[in-house]
Design a protein around this ligand. Structure first.
Ligand code: SF4
Ligand code: SF4
Length: 201
């Protein structure tokens, strides 16, 4: 099981500062077991967001946030997601990353992912989340550089990126190319101006 802890609500609210129409996606596996993303927590989050003045357009509880297959599968579960300007994932970094890969709006995580703690269905998505304990994946459009950049660079690409490929493995996309594309799609290239301090591991 992947272990996470809840971010303070004030921090979540601050991250959603510029968006009013929010859609919440829970996780009925690890996060539900930890009481961080099951139905009671999702409903509680929706109420807290509404009380804070947000328009919660809807919510869903997939089997696991990291098992989301496509945008169409999300719409099928609740078409209200089409009205969302931002999505809050109440799951781990992997789940947040997977959701971000199929939507065209900013995606935020309500949790910080801290450790593996075991396996979930015998699958660990190492390439999506390194369980660093301080999830800032939303700052990168849902593509985690800690995990997907070979050097874990948090403040832009190294000098070796060429034609969108990583210098460590030319068969692999440069994570910062993916981050740039994602931020452009969601209209948040301004996030490239933010500087990130090294993580406190
Ligand atoms: S920042 Fe990256 S490694 Fe850290 S919890 Fe979020 S997705 Fe995982
Ligand atoms: S080329 Fe891109 S993914 Fe590879 S190490 Fe440099 S910044 Fe990271």
């Amino acid at each position: 099981m992947i272990i996470s802890s809840a971010k303070p609500f004030e921090e979540i609210l601050l991250s959603l500062d510029r968006y009013d129409d929010i859609f919440v996606i829970g996780c009925n596996v690890c996060a539900a077991k930890l009481h961080l993303g099951g139905e009671p927590e999702v409903l509680d989050m929706c109420e807290c967001l509404r009380n804070a003045g947000k328009n919660v357009v809807g919510w869903i509880l997939p089997t696991a946030a990291c098992s989301v297959q496509s945008w169409e599968s999300l719409v099928e579960k609740n078409p209200a997601i089409e009205d969302a300007r931002a999505i809050l994932v109440m799951g781990c970094g992997s789940g947040t990353s997977v959701v971000a890969s199929v939507v065209d709006v900013p995606v935020y995580s309500s949790n910080d992912t801290t450790s593996l703690g075991g396996l979930s269905n015998d699958v660990v998505l190492h390439d999506q989340c390194a369980m660093c304990g301080k999830c800032i994946i939303a700052d990168f459009g849902g593509v985690c550089p800690t995990t997907q950049c070979a050097k874990g660079l948090l403040n832009g690409p190294c000098g070796g990126s060429m034609n969108g490929r990583c210098e460590v493995d030319r068969e692999t996309d440069c994570a910062w190319e993916l981050i740039y594309k994602r931020l452009k799609i969601i209209g948040r290239l301004d996030l490239l101006d933010e500087l990130h301090e090294p993580k406190e591991h």
